[in-house]
Design a protein around this ligand. Structure first.
Ligand SMILES: *Cc1c(COP(=O)(O)O)cnc(C)c1O
Length: 407
């Protein structure tokens, strides 16, 4: 009989969201008259900006006429979108990124998951803990790790994010080849300063390593001293790939559009020591396995950069940030140490007890659902994540209930 890829058997089943669902339905059965409030979700709740809707509709009308119809587009994305991205997200902030270095895709999840394909199978990889599970699981599937022992895969270098380091890991003692970083972070909401990112860029240069920088939450940064792109850091073009998405800024989680930046000068070597362009390798991979994002979706994404679209995205992210502020203030009033919630839609709360114990307390005493930090890695134990993606009404009600339950 045909054999499977046995690396899949190493994957630790994630019971996180099914465990949450089980406990929530048990609570609902026992308390049918008490509506629960879900603050555990990593999905947006507000509709697409008007500017995006208008562009989306107009592009669908184009598809309905012989003259303006678009068939297969360029795999890397239409020039109108790649140019708007390079100009607005990078050049406007002094970061040197050219439109030809932008690869438009249907998600930062797929891109950050697929990118490992173009690197060797015996490379040393550093992953954050707690972590967005995509970085870890895709490398397990590819056979780059050993077994999972006590919640950690053998072979990875884990970058601990703890109260001691302010949830921003510093560079490891040992040398690695590939480094996954995400700021503003999911799940912790932590941000990294220019100095902290510079240390990572310098380390990567020294090791001949590549940094995979996930900036999916960049639209939530309000502190002007914080870097928004890794390419704002000197030397980053020689060592970094950046992932971005329209999911969290413009609410494209169900519409699907994202992009990856690979500088043309970024190099990696073969076994014989010859250097190769990483941009060229990814271009080959992208063109072979991907046929482009739909034309109407790219037109909708382009509208994010119009005057109207930019104002709407600002208002949308301001709205979630105000929710985050309400959550953070309430939890701090109750005496909890929190991070995030200022330049991020996530608030990471030091629960001072096991994650699941605090989860149960909030569910049973307040009818509020959060995400237990232990589900994101061993360093997540003792923490919970609260998400600001919800209506103002529900956020305010949830905090009032938690205050009443815990005060
Ligand atoms: C939501 C999210 C993304 C975006 O994923 P899409 O596939 O573009 O929707 C990427 N990285 C992290 C850490 C996220 O939380």
């Amino acid at each position: 009989m045909i054999r499977i890829n046995e690396n899949y058997l190493k994957l630790k089943a994630s019971y996180l969201f099914s465990d949450i669902a089980k406990r929530v339905s048990a609570y609902q059965e026992a308390n049918p008259e008490k509506p629960i409030i879900r603050l555990g979700i990593g999905d947006v709740t507000e509709p697409l900006p008007q500017a995006c809707q208008k562009a989306f509709h107009a592009a669908i009308d184009d598809q309905g006429t012989r003259e303006a119809f678009h068939g297969y587009g360029p795999e890397q994305g239409y020039a109108f979108l790649r140019e708007a991205i390079a100009k607005n997200d990078f050049q406007a902030r002094g970061a040197n990124v050219d439109a030809s270095e932008v690869f438009v895709s249907d998600g930062a999840k797929c891109d950050s998951g697929n990118i490992q394909e173009i690197f060797g199978d015996d490379i040393k990889i550093a992953v954050p803990d707690p972590v967005y599970p995509v970085y870890v699981d895709t490398n397990v599937m590819a056979g780059r790790t050993g077994k999972n022992v006590d919640g950690r895969y053998q072979g990875f270098v884990y970058l601990d994010s703890t109260p001691e380091n302010g949830y921003v890991p510093s560079v490891p003692e040992e040398k690695v080849d590939l480094i996954y970083l995400c700021f503003p972070n999911n799940p912790t909401g932590a941000t990294a300063t220019k100095e902290q990112l510079k240390a990572w860029v310098d380390y990567a240069k020294e090791c001949g390593a590549i940094i995979l920088f996930d900036a999916a939450y960049v639209a939530f940064i309000r502190d002007e001293s914080l870097p928004q792109s890794i390419y704002e850091i000197e030397g980053a073009r020689d060592v970094a790939i950046e992932f971005r998405s329209f999911s969290k800024n413009a609410g494209f989680t169900g519409t699907r559009c994202a992009y990856t930046v690979i500088p043309k000068n970024l190099k990696a070597q073969d076994a014989a020591g010859n250097e190769h362009s990483v941009h060229a390798l990814w271009n080959r991979r992208h063109c072979t396995k991907f046929n482009g994002v739909s034309y109407p979706v790219q037109k909708a994404a382009e509208a994010v950069y119009s005057e109207e679209g930019a104002a709407e995205v600002k208002a949308l992210t301001d709205f979630y940030l105000e929710n985050a502020k309400i959550v953070k203030a309430a939890m701090q009033d109750l005496g909890f140490d929190c991070i995030g919630g200022e330049d991020s839609p996530y608030i990471w709360i030091n629960a001072k007890r096991p994650s699941w114990e605090f989860f149960d307390l909030l569910l049973n005493e307040a009818g509020v659902v959060c995400t237990p930090g232990a589900g994101f890695g061993t360093c997540g134990e003792g923490h919970i994540r609260i998400s600001a993606f919800n209506s103002r009404e529900k956020i305010v009600e949830a905090m009032a209930r938690i205050k009443k339950a815990l005060a």
